[in-house]
Design a protein around this ligand. Structure first.
Ligand code: ADP
Ligand code: MG
Length: 316
């Protein structure tokens, strides 16, 4: 494949090379990838590649070392994520865990999450774990699109706000994939009104990108899939079901996490036990550090910055 010329701000979204040209690229450190392949959205850097069938893959810095495993031919093609993987979502979403192996046999456990942007949020707040949000906030909740989600997640992972000793562990955002196949908006549960809001926000964000960088664009008729790394451990709901923890322990943990998130400038309206992953030691006890349970969080489709964080960010 010929190397396309960089076309600056007008670059067509499909001007990226197919993943088959990887062997030359893969040896480069993320920061040395040529600029014509680099993208930026909501302050997150990506390398954009094509999949040879009109699809696009945006790989983050975290995903770069797993590039061969992120190649859609290794986990997406022929619905491998469904046939060979395990369906995770308990709710309305489509989330899968699938092991993807590269040509060298090295594998990565991927979480494959189909974005629900521009769909209606049907938020079920468990009565056992009522979230501390006023009703009108629940009414106004919308799903993050994957680029927004990775942006707010990276802000949280960078941990620049709040107590320096507190860091929130999360699953790692590896890549965003959009297959070439086109759908009718209703097939994806989207309304054009809702989708337009995401496009406007992305355009506004892209206006601030460097002059020589091509834009990230989203289409209403395409699917967007967020790819994360699987976090080893068990979710808190499972640990309660297995009687490793009591409901009371889980309730306390949820409260502590809502508090931790707020201290770091973030908020999830549906913090709940199955979004909290804990590690067990060989002897079956839960892993702790300084007397506190070590936890990692998953599911950031609804992750938001707090007003305090936004105010702090605006002063910088
Ligand atoms: N990276 C991960 N590591 C471990 N478990 C995960 C991970 N991502 C998701 N899970 C598990 O899968 C469940 C479903 O994923 P989630 O992102 O919450 O989707 P949904 O809300 O659509 O059901 C989670 O509640 C969690 O228990
Ligand atoms: Mg969830």
């Amino acid at each position: 494949m010929n190397r396309p010329e960089p076309t600056g701000k007008q670059a067509a979204p499909n001007s990226t090379p197919a993943i088959e040209t990887l062997p030359r690229l893969i040896s480069l450190p993320f920061d040395h990838v040529p600029r014509w392949l680099r993208r930026q959205a909501y302050n997150v850097s990506y390398v954009e590649l094509g999949d040879g069938t009109g699809g696009q893959l945006w790989v983050t810095r975290h995903g770069w070392c797993h590039l061969t495993q992120l190649d859609p031919s290794r986990w997406f093609l022929d619905s491998q994520y469904d046939r060979l993987g395990q369906r995770l979502s308990g709710g309305t979403g489509a989330v899968f865990r699938v092991r993807s192996s590269g040509p060298d046999g090295k594998s990565v456990d991927l979480v494959v999450k189909f974005s629900r942007m521009a769909q209606e949020v049907l938020l079920r707040i468990s009565s056992a774990f009522p979230a501390d949000v006023p009703a009108q906030v629940v009414d106004n909740i919308v799903f993050n699109d994957p680029f927004q989600e990775f942006g707010v997640l990276e802000d949280m992972r960078n941990s620049r706000y709040g107590p320096a000793t507190l860091r929130i562990r999360t699953k790692r955002p590896l890549a965003i994939y959009s297959p070439g196949q086109r759908f009718k908006p209703w097939q994806l549960g989207r309304t054009s009104d809702r989708f337009r809001t995401y496009v406007r926000q992305l355009e506004k964000d892209q206006d601030r990108r460097p002059e020589d960088m091509a834009a990230v664009e989203m289409s209403i008729d395409r699917q967007y899939i967020a790819l994360f790394q699987w976090v080893r451990g068990d979710d808190t709901q499972t640990l309660v079901d297995r009687r490793v923890m009591t409901i009371g322990d889980a309730e306390l943990l949820v409260r502590q996490i809502v508090h931790d998130l707020a201290a770091k400038g973030f908020h999830v309206p549906d913090t709940k036990p199955n979004h909290i992953i804990l590690r067990t030691r060989r002897n079956g006890t839960l892993l702790t550090r300084a007397g506190k349970l070590v936890y990692a969080l998953v599911d950031f489709e609804l992750l938001q910055r707090t007003d305090a964080y936004l105010a702090w960010q605006a002063t910088r």
